[in-house]
Write a protein that binds this ligand. Structure first.
Ligand code: 1WB
Ligand code: MN
Length: 368
């Protein structure tokens, strides 16, 4: 299916205004019957994950950081709304998908994945979560795809798990829940992970978690460390660090995905280009291209939990419609309103198809 000429022209003029060249339309599969909807940031958990998280947060009752408080709540009653829906894959979830016409969930182990756990525990929980994920996908091909969990605490092992996830488990990408022990992926000790992700064509979804200790103090009050604000600031900062480290020069085919309408990184696109020049000239930011060029080449964004027509229009015009994908953020946000948002967004039908499923299919190598 081709985008109509008007859409292409409006995208081209907006990206030209941002000082970036519009990319050619990629080859697209044609639509199966009805509206296909692939949701790309959909969380699950496993009993092993829940038990490991409970053991951690209960063993340190003095820690009051947001993620500890949240995980005491989540693991305190596994029958409550959120944990019940995280642990369920085939009953409540499939029923809700069916009710609103959601074709597929691209599943990922819920934040912070294994990244708060001790390294040996984290490696084991990641492997078993990936095995369970592959099994449920095999039982419901066409309904589920999945992102592999890795333990960045052990980078070489994480790189091997990416290879296993691609070649043996047939998973569709990798999820990393922002910082690990207060460190970010620009740190070269993590580059084996980036290298494997690029080599195996596995996009890295950088999903939020509670801000690192360096950012913690102003996030401690008013619930600021949560998805309300801290998650986005933590994650946008992570992406910008990675970009300005030169990682996308070293790994030019690496794709990074950001949820929540790109965690607002591209809102800054003009200023990122303008203000990056001084740091680049002084050699503080060892990059070969402008931020806007990396944003269009190496970044994809999703609409998870941001049901905002104006932000969607801006994202399409700034990054290109090929780089925007739909997501719900189940079970933290509702399927009904996420579908209503994308069904009714004031965009062309060609744009709707690109965002609802074609871009996800291409980015994550999904078999429908
Ligand atoms: C998200 C939101 C993820 C919440 C979470 O992981 C929690 C998200 C534990 O927006 O992706 C939350 O509590 O709202
Ligand atoms: Mn999420």
């Amino acid at each position: 299916m081709e985008l109509d000429r008007r859409t292409l022209l409006s995208a081209a003029s907006a990206t030209a205004a941002a000082g970036i060249a519009a990319s050619a339309a990629p080859a697209m599969a044609t639509a199966p019957q009805g509206q296909v909807r692939i949701a790309t940031e959909e969380a699950f958990s496993t009993m092993e994950h829940m038990k490991a998280m409970k053991a951690l947060v209960d063993s340190q009752p003095e820690v009051t950081r947001f993620d500890y408080k949240l995980w005491r709540m989540i693991t305190g009653d596994l029958k409550a709304y959120t944990p019940a829906r995280l642990l369920d894959l085939e009953k409540l979830r499939l029923a809700e998908m069916d009710e609103y016409g959601v074709t597929m969930h691209l599943l990922s182990l819920t934040s912070p994945g294994v990244q708060m756990l001790a390294p040996d525990v984290a490696v084991g929980v990641a492997q078993s979560a990936n095995d369970e994920l592959a099994e449920v996908i095999a039982r419901h091909p066409g309904r589920f795809a999945g992102l592999a969990t890795v333990a960045p605490q052990v980078p070489e092992q994480a790189a091997k798990e990416i290879e296993r996830a691609k070649t043996k488990l047939k998973l569709n990408g990798v999820i990393i829940n922002s910082h690990t022990d207060n460190e970010y992926l620009d740190n070269k000790k993590y580059w084996p992970i980036l290298e494997a992700a690029e080599a195996y064509d596995m996009p890295i979804y950088i999903h939020p978690r509670t801000p690192s200790d360096q950012m913690r103090a102003p996030m401690d009050d008013y619930n600021m460390g949560s998805a309300f604000w801290g998650y986005g600031i933590e994650t946008s900062t992570h992406f910008v660090r990675l970009m300005m480290s030169g990682a996308f020069d070293r790994f030019p085919k690496l794709t990074v995905v950001l949820g929540h309408m790109g965690e607002a990184v591209h809102f800054w696109i003009w200023r990122l280009d303008y203000m990056s020049k001084a740091g680049i000239q002084r050699g503080e930011t060892p990059v070969k291209m402008l931020p806007s060029e990396y944003l269009r080449r190496n970044l994809r964004i999703t609409t998870s939990g941001q049901e905002n027509d104006a932000a969607l229009r801006y994202s399409i015009d700034t990054l290109g419609v090929w780089n925007v994908m739909w997501a719900i953020d189940y079970p933290y946000q509702g399927t009904k309103s996420a579908v209503h948002f994308m069904d009714n967004a004031p965009i062309t039908e060609a744009e709707r198809d690109a965002i609802y499923w074609q871009n996800a299919q291409r980015t994550f190598n999904i078999n429908l």
